[in-house]
Design a protein around this ligand. Structure first.
Ligand code: B12
Ligand code: SF4
Ligand code: SF4
Length: 319
């Protein structure tokens, strides 16, 4: 078994590879099953996962089943904010920031792979596994434990220096590393995100019901039609939803322009019109969303989302 590797050296290497936040969790017997104490089972029991059946994979509630000889988790965050703003007007479709540029899975994966390889070069006994929204691991829970930020009432992880515009990933490692201190909560008495959510998807602080969430319906729901109460409240969103993050004071004050060129938006993704997306062709979609996370949204879903938004987003005639 490998005995030690300096945590500052690891953090420096992660920064060099372009990560913006790095923190470490050491698993000790007492909190080894923290992933089973997060409220995930309760969330599943309520049916809040909608038809994302993969959320009930039991490994998600016991990180040791993902990697039996796991000792520590190196958590990373990468800032994806750019200062672009969506144009105003009911004719425009809203695409959430996570989907403006290159697919974040690819951007994180490349860097996580490089960090994992570097770790293994330090000692041949080191074993690693890495994930960025790609495995049965609760990314936000571990990031909070690693001191990267705290889980806000909208359920996204917020950092003091970048707000919540961070993608998260982690490297699981068979090595005891010096841990960071878990982050404290800084939402205080604020309830802006709960009040702003147009579909009341944040059922109580920290708990999002996917059945009511615009992000779920525009990205994951494959039905031919959206439920009426979602369609009526889309407010122009066709790919994800940023409302609860846009209203958060931490994002308004602390968002910073990313230095990752891959996250610069494809120009056509900031303000397409609902009309053009409602009838978008396969070839146009493939061209616009090349190497984008939005490829998860099938052509018919994108057309459905834009069509539904068009119906409810048209300004009422003046009487
Ligand atoms: C399923 C999922 C979704 C679903 C469900 C959302 C949800 N809140 O669970 C849908 C499709 C709706 C969705 C939407 C979005 N998602 Co999403 N999603 C995930 C995924 C795959 C799992 C999240 C999960 O475990 N949910 C289950 C519930 C039970 O967990 P939870 O929300 O974390 O809430 C519980 C805990 O927070 C716990 N809790 C609260 N405080 C504390 C404190 C402690 C100490 C502990 C232990 C627990 C705890 O109590 C809550 C209730 O049980 C993660 C990737 C991953 N592998 O983790 C990405 C992830 C959460 N998504 C992400 C993003 C970017 C989004 C969107 C912003 C995209 C968009 N713009 O449309 C929206 C945000 C919507 C929202 N307000 O949550 C990022 C968030 C990054 C960040 N800074 O937090 C993640 C982490 C992907 C990544 N690797 O970057 N997502
Ligand atoms: S992403 Fe949109 S619909 Fe989902 S909880 Fe946030 S504001 Fe509500
Ligand atoms: S809007 Fe307020 S309550 Fe919601 S996550 Fe941000 S600080 Fe927390």
């Amino acid at each position: 078994m490998v005995q030690s590797l300096d945590r500052q050296t690891i953090k420096q290497q992660a920064l060099t590879l372009g990560f913006h936040k790095i923190g470490i969790v050491r698993l000790v017997p007492d909190d080894a099953d923290l992933s089973s104490q997060t409220g995930l089972q309760q969330w599943l029991d309520q049916g809040y996962h909608a038809d994302m059946s993969w959320m009930s994979d039991p490994r998600r509630q016991d990180i040791h089943t993902v990697m039996p000889d796991l000792r520590s988790i190196i958590c990373v965050g990468i800032n994806y904010y750019t200062s672009h703003q969506r144009p105003h007007g009911p004719e425009f479709a809203k695409i959430s920031r996570y989907g403006w540029g290159r697919d974040y899975h690819r951007v994180l994966d490349r860097r996580l792979k490089a960090l994992a390889q570097w770790l293994q070069e330090q000692d041949p006994h080191i074993k690693v596994r890495y994930y960025a929204d790609t495995g049965p691991v609760q990314d936000k829970v571990w990031a909070e434990q690693a001191g990267i930020g705290w889980i806000g009432k909208h359920s996204n992880l917020i950092s003091r220096d970048y707000g919540s515009w961070l993608f998260l990933g982690e490297i699981l490692i068979n090595l005891d590393l010096e841990p960071d201190i878990p982050h404290t909560q800084h939402c205080g008495s604020c309830t802006r995100c709960l009040e702003a959510c147009p579909t009341d998807a944040i059922r109580e602080p920290f708990v999002v019901d996917a059945n009511r969430c615009i992000a779920y319906h525009t990205i994951e729901n494959r039905d031919a039609q959206l439920p009426d109460d979602i369609a009526e409240n889309l407010q122009g969103w066709v790919a994800g939803c940023d409302i609860c993050q846009d209203v958060c004071p931490w994002n308004q004050r602390f968002a910073q322009e990313t230095d990752i060129p891959d996250f610069q938006p494809y120009p056509e993704n900031i303000g397409p019109t609902l009309e053009e997306l409602a009838t978008i062709s396969v070839s146009d979609r493939d061209r616009r969303f090349r190497a984008s996370a939005l490829r998860r949204i099938k052509l018919k879903m994108l057309q459905r989302n834009a069509t539904a938004s068009l119906k409810t987003n048209t300004p009422k005639e003046q009487g």
